[in-house]
Design a protein around this ligand. Structure first.
Ligand code: UDP
Ligand code: MG
Length: 192
């Protein structure tokens, strides 16, 4: 089974992704993590990615899709499927993901949307900046990331709603309660 975890920066996708992957034995595919790993290399591609991330923009579809394809190829025989954490982020990527899934005879079971209001997102990212030291966790880049999210990524809710795949989960409160909410939707989708 394959699941998309969707939501703005700071919604808690990474935290919930880890728990869901352990529980359902899925491969955790975080394009943000893959891109950060790539950006730490001293190559021209690495430096370009770093600049884009610090600008709060989306890395090119070509680069992102290449990393995805590689990850899927390396892991398709492991575990029970993939959890896409923070991918896709625009319409083109969503269409490509549909094709990729089709090509390996798979499909997306559901799209979990983690809903968190903007004040909480800002608070969480600023707290995280003190502990994780990510170069894009500052107020200036965050406002650009939020803008990218609302202009390019949020329209995907419509794309997936038309396929009846979106399940909304309230992303504030106890981590375990949020996890329970996500699990219920996954199990309902599995049994549908
Ligand atoms: N990013 C991207 N495409 C992706 C995932 C991440 O371009 O598919 C870039 C983008 O610049 C984003 C940054 O990586 O702002 C961090 O993404 P991540 O998902 O790690 O963080 P989030 O925005 O969910 O906090
Ligand atoms: Mg993340």
């Amino acid at each position: 089974m394959n699941i998309v975890l969707f939501g703005p920066p700071g919604a808690g996708k990474g935290t919930q992704a880890k728990l869901i992957c352990e529980k359902y034995f899925l491969n955790h595919l975080s394009t943000g993590d893959l891109l950060r790993k790539e950006s730490s290399k001293e190559t021209s591609l690495g430096m370009q990615i770093k600049k884009t991330i610090n600008d709060g923009k989306l890395v090119s579809n070509e680069t992102t899709i290449e990393l995805i394809k590689q990850f899927i190829n390396e892991n398709k025989n492991n575990k029970k499927g993939f959890l896409f954490d923070g991918f896709p982020r625009n319409k083109k990527q969503a269409e490509l993901l549909d094709h990729l899934m089709e090509s390996i005879n798979e499909k997306i079971l559901c799209v979990i949307l983690l809903n968190v209001n903007e004040d909480v997102l800002k608070e969480r990212i600023m707290n995280r900046s003190a502990t994780e030291g990510r170069s894009d966790d500052n107020l200036e880049t965050l406002s650009k990331r939020l803008h990218t999210y609302s202009s390019e990524t949020e329209p995907l809710i419509e794309y997936y709603s038309s396929q009846n795949l979106v399940r909304k989960v309230h992303g504030t409160g106890e981590i375990s309660d949020i996890n329970q909410g996500i699990s219920s939707y996954i199990e309902a989708s599995l049994n549908a």
